[in-house]
Structure formats: structure tokens, C-alpha cells
Design a protein around this ligand. Structure first.
Ligand code: GDP
Ligand code: MG
Length: 442
């Protein structure tokens, strides 16, 4: 449920906000896990963590009041800075036609992205654009480019499977010159994996075309292997930019960091749908949040630390340690803390896009009213009932319901939810939960 997610998120935030020198190590382990889960390649993760550690330790020497906030902020800033470095628009500063060479594995999205770029250059930069396919291995690929080029409103230069890619490229270049095209976009053959002959072919294409942009198209969903692909393309071609496709998928897009680090080329655009308008200027900050699995973590950290009642949290932690268990008072205090944090809808703004989309299906007004109603129900109980919910049978339920102006079913629902939460707390007691509570309680 939504509240479970928020509670979990808040728990994480609390831990991070209370970090001290001694648990930087723990925090970094969590960041490392997040990066690996997002499929950032292992050597890249190691490198990144070392860099963050250096900076974080510096911060502590400076005596930051809230090292947790400092560390989270360093991590997300470093991630955004690494991915956002040198970001620039498509470079067309060349004697026309400016040639753009598309490179990447088969299925990465080269052909689609070629048409997206054509559309972008026509609409946003008012250019006259020609496309051509050097993919002579699959006749369907040439047809595909023809179709999407027409959709983009650009002109397509014919090619056929019996030609050599270099000859196609030269003919298209000549045609583009004679017809005063501003830009020539060259789509290339797919590589299922790194293949020496195909790499030689694209190197040769690069030599004759002298492109002003050589763009490496990479699927955001590519996992650990992204690093090897990127290495091979970097060795074969002087890459000038990266386009990260399929960012609309479920993956957390760690490939962006891997590929950025390995190639040194800036990530210029991201593909956000199969359609031709699904191309956006790459947003490094947003992508950093996505890789970490968090939205705007910094403002969330601030919001959470401002809203959480530390004394109540400490009491809860102590209670769990002493084995008294989790009762309805604790449940109420959880509900109230959630309310203190500026309401559900304001938290929702800060969730990562994927989570927010799911959470967005929930009616926020209704969710907030629901919280108030739950609060009302618990407040209609006697202190004894709150400590020993098992006492609440039919008669007491009716009294509580009428006291808080709800139906008996709602009291039942709340008790069920409480039991579920209690069960979860019991399960977590020995492990992560206790650790979190300790951090939270200081
Ligand atoms: P190529 O082999 O590198 O030329 O890849 P294609 O351009 O043929 O794309 C392969 C598949 O990925 C096609 O089904 C595309 O529609 C799809 N695709 C490409 N870019 C995106 C994107 O940004 N988002 C989504 N959802 N699909 C994409
Ligand atoms: Mg293709």
C-alpha cells in the first residue's frame, strides 16, 4: 500500500538524517547497493563510492551538524554532476551538411532515435534534414528508417542491401550537399554483440563521413554489460555524445553512469517513448534520483527531519527494545508523524517518478481524510484499549465507532491494519528495524 511505501521511505530517510561518522560506512554500503540494484557496472560503482567517501570525510572534518544530510546530498550531487558534466545540445557547427553518425547495439534504438532527432532538428532548430540507412544486413531496417523519417517530416535517402555502407554514405553526403541540407543523419547496422567486422565498418564510415557528432545510442535497461559495449564503441569511434533510450521502462537506468564514466562523452538526450516526440534533453538531477531510487531526496530529508517527533520516535524505539511490543498508541504516533510531514500530497511530489505514478492512482484527498478518520478512531479508545487492542470486542467496537462517527466496519478495518503492522514490526524487530530505530533514536 501507499502508506507502507511512505513509511519505508521515511524510515530510510530518518536513518540517513541521523548518520554519524561511525556509520558513514553503513550509509555507503546502502548507496552501493542502490547503485548495483540500478545496474551500474561494478567497477564504476567502486570508483564512485571512493569519490563520495573522500568528499564525505572532508565534510565531517568541517563539522557538519547533520552528516546524514551532508552525505545524501554529496551522493546525489556527485551522481548528477558526473552524469551532467559537459551536457550540450547537438553540435551542428560544421560546413553543411553537418553529419551525425548513430552507433550502438542492435535494438538500442538507433533507427527510432534517428527519426526523433530529425524531428527535433526540424522543429526546434529549423533545419533541413536528410536521413540514410547504412544497415545493409536487414532490408527491413532500411524500410523502417524510411517510414519513421516520413513521420518525422524529414527526407530519406534510398539505400539497398546490395550496396556497401561506405558507398551509401558517400552518395547520401553528395546528395545532401547538392540539395543544401543542413544535417545528414546516418543510421547504421545493428550489432547484436561486439563484432570486429562491424566495428571496422563503422570506423570506416566515420573516416569518410567526418561527422560533427558521433552519438552512442544505449538502452537504459542494459545491465552490467553496458560497460563492455561502451568500451568497445569508445575504442572504435571518437564518441561526442550519448543518447540514453527507453528511460520510460522500469529500469533505474544505472547504465547512464557506467556509460558516461567509460566513454567520457556527455549524455545529451534521453528517449522517453517509442513515439517520435519521445526525446528529451537529458536531466542529470532527475536521473540521479532515479538511480538512487528516490525522488528529490534532499528536500524529502529536510521535510522528514522537520516533521518527525524525535521524542516519540525514541520512546517507540525503547519500547521495542524492552519487548513491550507495538500497540495502538505507537500506531497512532506513526499516523500522526505522517501527517506532520506536510501531508501526503506534498510528500508525493518528492517521490521518484515511477513510484509517484503508481501512488498517483490513489486519491490523495481521500487518503488524507482516511488518516484523519483513523486518528479519530484511535482517539475514541480508552488508554487501556490502546495498550491492549485484543480487549476490543463487539461492544467496545460499537462504542468506539459511535464515538468517532464511523461504521463498525471501519473500526474493524483499522484493527486489521494495525495487526498487519504489528506483525511486520515483530518480523523486523531483530534485524533492520532495530538498527533503524537505534539510528533514529540516536
Ligand atoms: P536499432 O536496432 O538500434 O535501430 O533499434 P530500433 O530503433 O529499431 O528500436 C528497437 C525497439 O526499441 C523498437 O521497438 C523501438 O520502438 C523501441 N524504442 C526505441 N527507443 C525507445 C524509447 O525511448 N522508449 C521505448 N519505450 N521504446 C523505444
Ligand atoms: Mg535500426
Amino acid at each position: 500500500a501507499l502508506t507502507d511505501k511512505l513509511t519505508r521511505l521515511v524510515k530510510e530517510m530518518r536513518g540517513q538524517a541521523r548518520i554519524t561518522e561511525t556509520n558513514v560506512q553503513d550509509m555507503l554500503r546502502e548507496v552501493r547497493m542502490a547503485l548495483l540494484e540500478a545496474d551500474v557496472a561494478l567497477p564504476v560503482v567502486r570508483d564512485f563510492i571512493n569519490r563520495v567517501k573522500e568528499k564525505a570525510l572532508g565534510q565531517e572534518v568541517m563539522g557538519s551538524l547533520s552528516p546524514g544530510q551532508a552525505l545524501v546530498s554529496i551522493v546525489s550531487r556527485e551522481l548528477a554532476a558526473t552524469m551532467g558534466e559537459g551536457v550540450s545540445d547537438i553540435n551542428l557547427a560544421a560546413q553543411p551538411p553537418a553529419v551525425i553518425l548513430m552507433a550502438g547495439l542492435q535494438g538500442a534504438g538507433k533507427t527510432t532515435t534517428t527519426a526523433k532527432l530529425a524531428k527535433y532538428l526540424i522543429e526546434k532548430r529549423k533545419k533541413k534534414v536528410l536521413t540514410v540507412s547504412g544497415d545493409v544486413y536487414r532490408p527491413a531496417a532500411i524500410e523502417q528508417l524510411k517510414t519513421v523519417t516520413a513521420q518525422a517530416g524529414a527526407e530519406w535517402f534510398p539505400s539497398s542491401p546490395d550496396q556497401k555502407p561506405v558507398d551509401i554514405a558517400l552518395a547520401a553526403l553528395d546528395y545532401a550537399r547538392r540539395h543544401f541540407f543542413d544535417v545528414l543523419l546516418v543510421d547504421t547496422a545493428g550489432r547484436l554483440a561486439i563484432d570486429a567486422a562491424l566495428m571496422a565498418e563503422i570506423t570506416q564510415l566515420h573516416a569518410v563521413l567526418k561527422p560533427v557528432e558521433t552519438l552512442f545510442v544505449v538502452d537504459a535497461m542494459q545491465g552490467q554489460d553496458a560497460i563492455n559495449t561502451a568500451k568497445a564503441f569508445k575504442e572504435a569511434l571518437p564518441l561526442t555524445g550519448i543518447i540514453l533510450t527507453k528511460t520510460d521502462g522500469d529500469s533505474r537506468g544505472g547504465a547512464a553512469l557506467s556509460v558516461r564514466q567509460i566513454t567520457g562523452a556527455p549524455i545529451k538526450f534521453s528517449g522517453t517513448s517509442e513515439k517520435l516526440d519521445g526525446l528529451e534533453v537529458f536531466d542529470a538531477e532527475r536521473h540521479a534520483g532515479r538511480i538512487l531510487g528516490m525522488g528529490d531526496i534532499l528536500s524529502l530529508v529536510e521535510q522528514v527531519t522537520a516533521g518527525v517527533d524525535m521524542a516519540a520516535a525514541q520512546k517507540l524505539a525503547a519500547k521495542m527494545k524492552s519487548g513491550d511490543g507495538f500497540d495502538l498508541n505507537d500506531f497512532l504516533s506513526q499516523i500522526q508523524q505522517m501527517k506532520n510531514m506536510g501531508g501526503l500530497s506534498s510528500l508525493l511530489d518528492k517521490l521518484p517518478a515511477q513510484m509517484a505514478a503508481k501512488a498517483g492512482q490513489v486519491d490523495m484527498d481521500k487518503a488524507e481524510k482516511d488518516i484523519k478518520r483513523k486518528e479519530g478512531i484511535i482517539q475514541s479508545m480508552t488508554p487501556l484499549e490502546r495498550r491492549k487492542p485484543e480487549l476490543i470486542k463487539a461492544t467496545r467496537k460499537r462504542r468506539i465507532a459511535s464515538g468517532s462517527g464511523v461504521h463498525v466496519q471501519e473500526v474493524n478495518r483499522l484493527l486489521n491494519e494495525f495487526e498487519q503492522m504489528q506483525g511486520m514490526m515483530k518480523k523486523l524487530k531483530g534485524g533492520g528495524m532495530m538498527k533503524m530505530m537505534k539510528r533514529m533514536g540516536g
